[in-house]
Design a protein around this ligand. Structure first.
Ligand code: NAD
Length: 294
């Protein structure tokens, strides 16, 4: 049993922390939102007011925060985790943030004798609740080996991607593929509609042909062919358009920083920005087909 400090008990963090409690760990939790803290307490967790207090008595600190600026603040401030954790503490940031912030925080932590991993996830709130998340992990092998049994309580697939920042790199590369492929599948269905080709017929053919991809076979943007996809519940999220836009922006920032040519990624960012700004930010990202239809 490890003593774990869990900072950020939101949509993802709360069910992840609950799975750690169920897994027999002693979990102290911190969040700015009293409603999330109350739910955490109800599930058997111990609320703590300040991250620095929880970090100072933990073997492992896990964070699940909105963006890079929150992660920098929680780790690097005077009241931050890096300043207050004991040498040898394992720090795992599961938030989706920019590669640069991930590397800056890891360097500060390593400089203080702490072990640090960036470990963003895919699988959404459903995966967080079911304990079936995929973790993409960047950092030293020593830190990864120590983290594995903890991550296994929250996820099913845990991949060591390489050094610090490569977990975040894997996440934004994956989601750039997803954003582009969802637009591609949507354009194909809309073209099919205009050409008089039935949705189900296109699905039956393309899902068994070279057009096959996750956006078609697991998350089909039209109702019918995949009964579990958000298209069947009026594009209720799921994974929101706002989150897809966040990840596409992270991918574009990263691409610019290394002069990588990602033209379709840039188009996908522009298309999702127009869709989200048009009032669809909190609906599922697969609803982009409605934007494609015009
Ligand atoms: P959320 O907004 O529901 O939760 C974030 C929590 O962090 C909130 O409860 C907030 O009060 C808390 N917080 C913010 N600043 C804090 C601070 N200084 N101290 C303590 N708590 C603080 O967000 P979420 O949906 O849980 O997402 C968390 C991260 O996971 C994001 O980086 C997101 O991109 C990523 N992610 C989300 C999903 C998803 O489907 N929701 C899927 C994959 C990855």
């Amino acid at each position: 049993m490890a003593r774990i400090a869990f900072i950020g008990l939101g949509n993802m963090g709360l069910p992840m922390a609950i799975n750690l409690i169920k897994g027999g760990h002693q979990v102290e939790g911190v969040d700015l939102n009293p409603a999330s803290v109350a739910k955490f307490k109800e599930a058997g967790g111990t609320p703590v007011e300040f991250a620095k207090v929880a970090a100072s008595r933990a073997d492992v600190v896990i964070t699940m925060l909105p963006a890079g600026k929150h992660v920098r603040e929680v780790y690097l401030g005077a009241n931050g985790i890096v300043e207050n954790a004991n040498a040898g503490t394992l720090l795992i940031d599961c938030s989706t943030i920019d590669v640069e912030s991930a590397r800056a925080v890891a360097a500060a932590a390593t400089g203080k004798g702490l072990l640090m991993l960036d470990a963003p996830v895919s699988g959404g709130v459903g995966g967080a609740s079911a304990g079936t998340l995929t973790f993409m992990v960047g950092g030293s092998t020593q830190a990864f080996v120590r983290a594995e049994s903890i991550l296994q309580k929250m996820g099913k697939t845990i991949v060591h991607a390489g050094d610090a920042g490569t977990g975040q790199a894997a996440k934004i590369c994956n989601n750039m593929i997803l954003g582009i492929s969802m637009i591609a599948v949507s354009e194909a269905f809309v073209l099919a509609e205009k050409l008089g080709l039935d949705h189900q017929k296109l699905f039956d053919i393309a899902s068994k042909s070279s057009g096959q991809c996750w956006s078609m076979t697991s998350y089909c943007p039209v109702p019918g062919p995949v009964p579990t996809s958000p298209a069947n519940r009026d594009y209720q999220a799921g994974f929101t358009a706002a989150m897809m836009l966040k990840d596409l922006r992270l991918a574009q920032d990263a691409a610019k920083s290394v002069a990588a040519k990602t033209e379709l990624g840039a188009d996908a960012e522009r298309i999702y920005a127009a869709y989200a700004d048009g009032g669809a930010a909190e609906t599922d990202f697969s609803g982009i087909i409605r934007f494609v239809r015009g």
